[in-house]
Design a protein around this ligand. Sequence first.
Ligand code: LLP
Length: 400
Amino acid sequence: MQIQPTSPISVPTPCYVYDTALLARTLDAIKAQTAGHDNFHVHYAIKANANPKLLGLIVDAGLGADCVSGGEIEVALQAGFPASKIVFAGVGKADWEITLALQKGIGLFNVESTEELEIIHSIATDLNIRARVSFRINPDVGAHTHAHITTGKAENKFGIDMTDMIAAIRKAEAMPLVDFMGLHFHIGSQLLDMSDFEALCDRINELQIILEKEGLYAHHINVGGGLGIDYERPTEHPIPDFKAYFDTFKQRLHLREGQQLHFELGRSIVGQTGTLLTRVLYVKHGHQKQFAIVDAGMTELIRPALYGARHAIENLSAQARMDSMHDGEVRTSPTETYDVVGPICESSDVFAKELSLPETRRGDLMAIRSAGAYGETMASCYNCRPLPPTFTTEELFQQP
Ligand code: LLP
């Protein structure tokens, strides 16, 4: 999101600001790439951002929801996602969550083990409600991303081993209240190299041949999420390359007659729409370094501390000072090097090291960009800090 230097400076910080116009354009871009493919179904991964101000727009665009907890199912239903368009994934579904999902009539369980399948069946039997299940298969496909967000390798905890796929399906088919619906995959997140998705397609093509030999048919193929965003240049690339992404599946995946293709995108839908606004509390001149200590920390955005993620940081106030210079003055500010750090009592509470910024002062408003996905949802109250308020761009610009 681009907040202009003239934006209201009275905003309480730290806070999240969401660019709803950009979200609308992003959803339009998805629609454009899936138009004419009636068997393509895009689900939004609620875990990326569960803010109701965004969910409403996503519901209106006709997307389904990918949930990983009972809480997310509740949030999705409240936001207006039809139960039939909700899929429920997750390696450790609790009994109450399975019960809730069945009672609410969600579309599908993405089942991660035969142990889980048995519990789903036993709860479905108690409730006398049919459970539609897909199996999450671990495709053992490497993804070029941070080790903590790859999920499709054999050593990861997710999914059922490919060699156990047929036995799991047979088991489901023998259960009176279970309907086997299809296969689910998810290889990782923040993937920008389409070769990872190509490798997934190739793997699914192989598995489909195995299914056919066994006389089995998957109504649904769910390829998960994972499309990445440009954290380095959010202004230049506000909308991810949905064309390259969807084309990969259109061209490479060999779907059978009648098969429905499901996607579960999170970050690529909301990532660029969110900015964490924060204010500089102190510019501290250490012996070796200069620190810009800001009022947001790993409590509001944990990605840098947890994954070493880099988010572009802009000093909006310094920009405004430059822009307000009179004609004739040189519109530049001396650049200085800062470590941008938060106030939390952890040495990993660092947003950026050795960052070049225009001369920065106490009170300056900073924008930490591309924070729409896994920002607010991963916020915590560590150090007894309150959760950050959130605004849409409309709300912010309506302020007096
Ligand atoms: N489907 C499944 C089964 C998933 O596990 C995930 C994300 C998604 C879909 C959505 O993936 P996306 O399109 O957002 O890449 N907190 C980390 C990301 C964790 C992703 C977890 N699973 C981060 O901040 O980078």
